[in-house]
Design a protein around this ligand. Structure first.
Ligand code: BYC
Length: 342
């Protein structure tokens, strides 16, 4: 059995002063926690957990939630321009789903002790990250299809293993999210198939252009290579991450290549080829400098995305104030009614 109590190497651990003195009771709790993790048991919100486990989960779940609500923006742009009533209804439902995913995930993150206001403040002040992928623009209708096919496809690949995450509230939220993501992926692929099979040459070229622009950012979604991923080792030990960044990326590429063939598009990587010996596709070098630039705030749409979220928060202030005033009045009425009954 590994002892997480001894681990002061993780990023979150490094930020916190290493605790050398621990009470016997705390050590016993740590041992019990480690045993449960080793046994594959779920940890619930009320259970004791090491501070670094709590911090890692709060970071990952809240950033996941931020990604969902920022992820509404690139596609939301196209709701008013969807080509048919059917496509518009599907897109509306999808974007609403993403808002719902954000809500489940914020609720899961709140079970760890941070308030919704604190989590959102971290997004608005740029302290918390969200997925790099949403900092690219949606230039044409084909981008909406490609987001469904590639971005939601990558999201499912990454998120299905999180349904077995050791933290139960996160795992439970992910079960429903993954079901909905699978509809999102299918609708995107279906929209692209329609354009490729029944569309004009110009529409087919539009699909190819969108694939060319979204392919590399999509495979960057899985995060940095394993040997440059500071959080992976500890998150894998804690059962937060079940499959590594590189392994998930490889699974996604292997699954997507045949889908591209059926669609009739090429993927913009001249080095992409089947490697019989490995039983996987080899791929060309990923531009990690671009990834870190976008993660660091300097992608094509970072400033716009963040400004839109901040504006939405400010514009919604009156709704939050009204809801609080209503809750206050309700509580006063309830208290008065109880006083009369006593
Ligand atoms: N973008 O040590 P690593 C969706 C950061 S929602 C930005 O490997 P970890 C959808 C990482 O946070 C998609 N930052 O980290 C929604 C870390 O920095 P911090 C979102 C990234 O956490 C709407 C640093 O790089 N999915 O699909 O072990 C519409 C080092 O990385 C990215 C999730 O959030 C990135 N791509 O692994 C349509 C899934 N990658 O935090 C679709 C849940 C890495 O230490 N999250 N970074 O400052 C995860 O599975 C993991 O957090 C990650 C990263 C695999 C993303």
């Amino acid at each position: 059995m590994y002892t997480q109590a001894m681990d002061t190497m993780g990023k979150e651990g490094a930020a916190e002063a290493p605790k050398t003195l621990r009470s016997a009771e705390e050590l016993a709790l740590q041992v019990r926690f480690d045993e449960r993790i080793d046994a594959g048991a779920f940890i619930e919100a009320k259970d004791w957990m090491p501070e670094n486990y709590r911090k890692t989960l709060t970071r990952q779940i809240s950033q996941h939630a931020h990604s969902e609500i920022v992820g509404m923006l690139p596609e939301g742009n196209w709701i008013s321009r969807a080509p048919t009533l059917k496509r518009k209804a599907i897109l509306l439902a999808k974007v609403q789903d993403e808002g719902g995913h954000g809500l489940y995930l914020y609720a899961a993150a709140e079970t760890l002790g941070s308030s919704r206001d604190q989590l959102l403040d971290a997004l608005h002040t740029g302290k918390a990250k969200y997925s790099s992928i949403f900092n690219y623009p949606t230039l044409t209708w084909a981008d909406v299809g490609v987001i469904g096919w590639l971005v939601d496809g990558a999201a499912i690949m990454n998120q299905v293993p999180i349904c077995r995450c050791s933290y139960a509230p996160y795992a439970r939220a992910m079960v429903r999210i993954c079901r909905e993501e699978s509809f999102h992926q299918r609708q995107g692929y279906d929209a692209l198939l329609t354009m490729m099979r029944d569309g004009t040459d110009a529409q087919r070229a539009m699909v190819q252009d969108a694939v060319n622009r979204w392919w590399w950012p999509s495979i960057m979604m899985f995060g940095p290579p394993d040997d440059q991923s500071p959080n992976s080792a500890q998150s894998m030990r804690w059962g937060i991450k079940r499959i590594s960044n590189d392994d998930l990326r490889q699974k996604f590429i292997d699954a997507t290549v045949p889908q591209a063939e059926v669609l009739g598009v090429s993927l913009p990587d001249p080095d992409l080829k089947w490697n019989e010996a490995r039983g996987h596709h080899d791929h060309g070098p990923i531009d990690w400098a671009e990834f870190w630039r976008v993660v660091g705030g300097d992608g094509p749409c970072n400033r716009d995305r963040l400004a839109t979220r901040v504006r939405a928060w400010e514009d919604g202030a009156w709704v939050r104030e009204a809801a609080l005033a209503h809750a206050r009045k309700q509580a006063e009425r309830d208290a008065a009614a109880q006083g009369r009954a006593a």
